[in-house]
Design a protein. Sequence first.
Lengths: 386, 260
Amino acid sequence: MDFRLTETQRFFREQASQTLTRLAPKAEDIDRADEFPLDVFRKLGKLGYYGIRYPAEIGGMGADCVTFTLLAEEIARVSMGLAAVVTMQCLMGTDFIYHFGTEAQKERCLIPAIRGEKIATIAFTEPDCGSDLGSIRTRAVKDGRTYVITGRKMWITNGPVADFVTVAATTDPAKRLGGLGFFLVEKGTPGFSVGQKIGKISARGANTAELIFDGCRIPEENFLGREGKGPEHLNNILGEIRTMIAGLGLGLSKASFAAGLKYAGEREAFGRTIGSFELIQEKIAEMEMRIKASEFLTYYAAWLRDSGASTGKEAAMAKLYSTETACFVADEVTRIHGAYGIAEEFPVQRYFRDARFLLFGGGTSEILKTLIARDTLKRNRPSAVI
Amino acid sequence: MNIVVLAKQVPDAEALIEITSEGRELLIEQKFAMNFFDEFALEEALRIKERHGGRVSVITMGTGKATEALRTAIAMGADAAFLLDDEAFLQGDGYSTALALSRAVSKEACDIILCGRQAVDDDRGEVGPMVAQFLGLPHVGAVLKLDIADGLAVAESAIEGATEVIEVDLPAVFTAQKGLNEPRVPMITGVMKAMKAQIPRLTPADLGLEPAQVGERGAKVTIGRYIAPSRKPPVRLIAGEPAEAAREAIRILTDVERVL
């Protein structure tokens, strides 16, 4: 058993950390302006970060899941708004085109996205449908050699600025999840428009909006995947999404914890630093322990994926625990800061707000608990126990 | 054009440093980075290579951990890296370090040797000029601009109230000052290359040196003990009306602290 990162993984993390610190030192500005951080986005593209998961032949790095998770962690330490944008570009926004797109689609969308020249997103959620993707209402109707997409999507990260979107739609609502498919829609396609923008308190800078598909006609080759295999494709990517979000939670926890430690060592009350009080020490011990547990769960889920094992449950556990820990740590750290915990001049109020962003994408904690328990019950049926 | 960069891995600016063993040792948190001034040297070497062609090699003395600084150099665009890694190299001073580095440099012919004007850990600024001395080459310190053409270098450095322009024949040694350039951020393809790079390790024997000539045994300087800088006194708030408080602040600065 070896719990250490490899030398190359550690080196990558160090390089990513230094790069992000140099390129994105103004996380507070991104948060306050709540505008898409185009300058940093382009720079990271030129440096090749969006290709981290993809092979070198298309401008990628071919890195393993542990390395990608480390990138998520390091960006989340700096800015959750930037992290939401970057991880969308690296994973959800481009993955379906990479696996199922035609060469022309890759040339037109994927490769420019890897270079940071085009902005990608994915659209799962609808006004009345989040975790329950089987009840998706957006329809994809086959019409000759085209599909016609009709429906509304909500909470779409990068929605207002995206050049192309992978849209989850159903070809047959009666089949519920079995009818699920994924379709490439490019900006400028008639019938595709951006609806209301959604102001939010978390991950500001990652602009979120409603997307509208009103009889949006696309060529049949824009169906990304195989007919009837939507749930399989979804499960494949969900494991990686959850592991990545666990990495975001871990990064945010570590950033919050560092701020809390610093403040506890500087702030004085009753003639001594508050870190010397036992109730503050209890918080520090509890936070550190939970962060370490998040780290083990997160890296383990990523390592499992790299080992070729099924990661469904482990990724769910990592995402659930790491994001709940991020909320816990951000909360505790604002308490350590007292009234300064809600002061704009301290970053902890941003961490507190940003932690909430992690609770929903990739499955809510409640849904994930259900998945974990169902899997455990299934595997431990009395008949299966020796 | 063959360019050699001498780079050092130093404790990160935020690393915690503690004096232990009654002042004889430093306990340094394991957070390291390439020396701030060496990054300018490396960037300049890469720019010269891009303009004139050639090859950039980077040499570091340190323990295995220092390969990180060398990998960073490769990620930025260096072609080769060498680590002087041996117990005998440890605890050296500027003299014994410069001797070993100069021997490593002289293993291959080169046109330009660049390093930072000083390392930000010990701040002595000795190694660059000493390497030049050992190699019998000219040296220009704290360079802010460097132009290379036809075997000649024109270097500018800041002196008090003016800029000094020095023409020097190559090969020569230059130490880099902040402002020489803006070091690049490594491309991810560079990071990949760096992760896979083989970094040869050199011992005193590889450099034709005896263990007694390098590190602590070869040093001319002996460290007596480390003394922590005195703690800054707490901030003093001056009470009273603003005009009155300002007058009191000026009185303290002029009559008590004598800094105005």
